[in-house]
Design a protein around this ligand. Structure first.
Ligand SMILES: [Zn+2]
Length: 289
C-alpha cells in the first residue's frame, strides 16, 4: 500500500469507530478492495467494533473483543458462499444467511454477516441479498467484501454504504460507472441516440473519454475471456456477461480495436467533436450496422 492509500484507509478505520460509537452504523456496507486479505481484515474490524461492549470501540479487552479477535465470536459469521467445486457465491448460500439472520443473536445484541468474494455473486444471488438488505432485522449487519463496487447491481449499491480501500486510480467513480453501464446497453442495442447522449459529455472532457474507453476495453476483453469458458473475477461482471452472451468473438475483437484506436487519437490530441462522432460511428460499425 502506498502512503497515500494508507492514510485514506486509516481514516476509514476511524470513520467506522466513530460511526459505531454514535450508533449510526449502517446495516449494509460494501468493502471495496483489490487485495482480498486487506478487505477481509477491514470487514472483521467492523464486526469487532459492532460487538464490542467497551468504550473506545474496539476496546480490545471486553469478552466480545477477545472472541471477535480470536475469530470465535458466535454472532460474527463469515462465508464466501462457495458450495461444492463452484467458485461462485451461490444463491443457496445467500438463502442460508437470510434464514439464519432471522434467528436472534447468541451473546451480543447484534449479528454480523461478512460476505466475502462479493464479486462472485451473480445477479440471482445479489437479488436474494437485496431482499434482506431492504428490511434487515434491527440487530443484523451485512458487510459485503468485493474487488470493486462495479461488480454489484445498482439496486444493491443503493442499499449499502461503500468503504473503498482502493487508490484513487483504482477506484471507479459513480459517474464513470453509470456511463460505462449506459454505453454498454446503448452499444448492444445499437441505439445511436443513447450513444450520442452518453458521449456528449466527452465533448468537454476527453480525459474522461479515455478513462471510459479503457473501462469498456476491460468489459469487452473480459467478455471474450468468458466466451472461451474461463471463469474468473470480472470487475464488470453483469456487463461482461451480457456482452459475452450477445456478441460474437469477432465483434468483441473489433470493439476492442475501436477502443484502442480511439484512445490513441485522444493521445494525439484529436479534436473532441471529431472524437465523439467517430466513437458513435465506429461502435455502430463494429456492431455490423
Ligand atoms: Zn471491546
Amino acid at each position: 500500500m502506498t502512503n497515500e492509500v494508507q492514510t485514506k484507509v486509516d481514516k476509514l478505520y476511524n470513520e467506522v469507530c466513530s460511526s459505531v460509537e454514535q450508533g449510526a452504523f449502517p446495516h449494509g456496507v460494501l468493502v471495496e478492495c483489490q487485495n482480498e486479505r486487506d478487505g477481509e481484515l477491514f470487514a472483521r474490524f467492523i464486526a469487532n467494533c459492532l460487538v464490542c461492549r467497551g468504550h473506545n470501540k474496539p476496546c480490545g479487552v471486553c469478552q466480545d473483543c477477545i472472541k471477535a479477535q480470536g475469530k470465535g465470536h458466535p454472532d460474527i459469521f463469515e462465508t464466501d458462499g462457495k458450495k461444492g467445486k463452484s467458485n461462485t457465491f451461490s444463491v443457496d448460500a445467500v438463502r442460508d444467511v437470510r434464514d439464519d439472520a432471522f434467528i436472534v443473536p447468541n451473546e451480543s445484541d447484534k449479528k454480523i454477516y461478512i460476505l466475502k468474494n462479493g464479486q462472485n455473486m451473480n445477479e440471482q444471488a445479489q437479488n436474494a441479498i437485496l431482499k434482506i438488505l431492504e428490511e434487515p432485522p434491527s440487530y443484523v449487519f451485512f458487510v459485503i467484501v468485493t474487488t470493486s463496487k462495479s461488480t454489484m447491481l445498482e439496486t444493491v449499491l443503493s442499499r449499502v454504504q461503500v468503504f473503498s480501500l482502493l487508490s484513487d486510480e483504482e477506484q471507479i467513480t459513480d459517474k464513470e460507472l453509470a456511463i460505462v453501464k449506459n454505453m454498454v446497453t446503448a452499444i448492444l442495442n445499437v441505439n445511436e441516440i443513447d450513444l450520442m447522449e452518453q458521449t456528449a459529455v466527452f465533448l468537454k472532457n476527453n480525459q474522461l473519454a479515455k478513462t471510459i474507453l479503457g473501462l469498456l476495453t476491460e468489459v469487452f476483453r473480459d467478455a471474450l475471456v468468458k466466451k472461451s469458458g474461463f471463469e474468473r473475477d470480472f470487475r464488470f461482471m453483469q456487463e461482461s456477461e451480457k456482452v459475452s452472451n450477445s456478441l460474437t468473438a469477432k465483434s468483441l475483437m473489433q470493439l476492442i480495436t475501436v477502443c484502442d484506436d480511439l484512445i490513441k487519437s485522444i493521445d494525439r490530441n484529436c479534436n473532441n467533436n471529431l472524437l465523439v462522432v467517430r466513437m458513435c460511428y465506429e461502435f455502430k460499425r463494429a456492431m455490423g450496422r
